[in-house]
Design a protein around this ligand. Structure first.
Ligand code: SAM
Length: 346
């Protein structure tokens, strides 16, 4: 017979089972525009008013709003006239579209792209490869062709990835004193949030954002003001085309997309293009050396499995890749936030 202790269903299991329900409540409230409406309205709104404005049925909206209250994403005042809702500080700052620290686009990317892929985590673990084919019916051989399968998907990806740097971009760019480097190239710089952080912290530098041609065109159109004269653009494929000369190459969330072989191939090319005395700055989430944490990095590493050809790595693993590519004097700075910085010298 089981003991009473064993029969007590552990609370932690209930939390884990419900983890994705919690995510979906937040994503759905974002997608329907609940937080934006409450921000714009400036006064508390009833569930009926919210449902009407957002063209949603009332019973479902009432449940969604109350679940958001349970998650501390909304506050409610209940009086004789009914229940009236407003944003909490968290949703106002991070989930409304217009906030400078908005994570709205990240939530949308998680909801529409990451979530469907994670339905095939079992297959990803069994097969050791990404699940684009099962989730979206597209070949997964060329990861970024699959990721950028339409302009809409590419924009979603770029907005989604850019958002995190409004929270911790300054920390990673300030982790080392980069002021000696005046010619910087942000390889795979995407929508340019880190390049903008760089020129604002180091006014004497110029940053060239290098990325695939359609990403560069989208960055110019939607993300980076062309009046920022310290920022240049360079279209190319970093595996096939020559790299622009620079004193420092930033690779933020690049190596985690690729196998060790591809990483060494790319870093060797970077090392050859780098000016003497220059270096490379890797910005990645770091696993502990024993791989037993942090949990976020472990989860992100599984995310890389379902989505890419890469994985998250420990500081020693990144040092090994850098050393194999000819970099020396490798230093690691943990930012205490989601992403950390590793500097290697030529
Ligand atoms: N560095 C940005 C950041 O941290 O927000 C974006 C990181 S994203 C995970 C990877 C970036 O690498 C994308 O912008 C993608 O377009 C770019 N990329 C992928 N393959 C590339 C290639 N072969 N040549 C140039 N850029 C590439």
């Amino acid at each position: 017979m089981s003991s009473a202790k064993e029969l007590n269903y552990p609370h932690i299991l209930i939390q884990y089972q419900n983890g994705f329900l919690v995510s979906k409540v937040m994503f759905t409230a974002c997608e329907l525009g609940v937080f934006d409406l409450l921000q714009e309205s400036k006064e508390k709104l009833s569930s009926k008013a919210i449902a009407e404005c957002l063209r949603s049925g009332l019973p479902g909206m009432e449940r969604l709003l109350d679940a958001c209250v349970g998650l501390k994403l909304l506050e409610v005042d209940v009086s004789k006239e009914g229940a009236f809702y407003c944003n909490t500080e968290i949703s106002e700052q991070f989930l409304t579209k217009s906030s400078p620290k908005s994570q709205y686009h990240t939530c949308m990317y998680y909801s529409k792209t990451i979530y469907p892929c994670w339905q095939y985590l079992t297959e990803a673990v069994r097969e050791g490869k990404n699940q684009y084919e099962r989730a979206f019916g597209i070949s997964s051989k060329a990861v970024f062709e699959a990721l950028y399968r339409s302009e809409e998907e590419m924009l979603k990806f770029m907005y989604g990835l850019n958002a995190i740097w409004s929270l911790c971009g300054r920390d990673v760019i300030a982790a080392f004193d980069l002021s000696p480097f005046t010619m910087i190239c942000d390889l795979g710089g995407g929508a340019g949030a880190l390049a903008q952080e760089c020129v604002s912290l180091y006014p004497d530098c110029t940053v060239t954002i290098f990325d695939l041609p359609k990403v560069i065109q989208t960055a110019k159109k939607h993300f980076v003001s062309l009046e920022k004269h310290q920022i240049n653009f360079y279209e190319g494929d970093f595996f096939k085309d020559p790299l622009p000369e620079a004193e420092l190459y930033i690779l933020a969330r690049i190596l985690h997309d690729w196998s060790d072989e591809n990483c060494v191939q790319l870093l060797t090319k970077v090392q050859k293009s780098c000016k003497t005395g220059g270096g490379v700055l890797l910005i990645e989430t770091l696993l502990n050396e024993d791989k037993r944490g942090p949990l976020e990095s472990q989860l992100y590493s599984l995310n890389m499995l379902v989505h890419t050809e890469g994985k998250e790595r420990s500081p020693a693993e990144y040092s090994k890749l850098l050393t194999a590519s000819g970099f020396k004097e490798i230093e690691i700075k943990k930012s205490g936030k989601l992403y950390d910085a590793i500097l290697g010298r030529k």
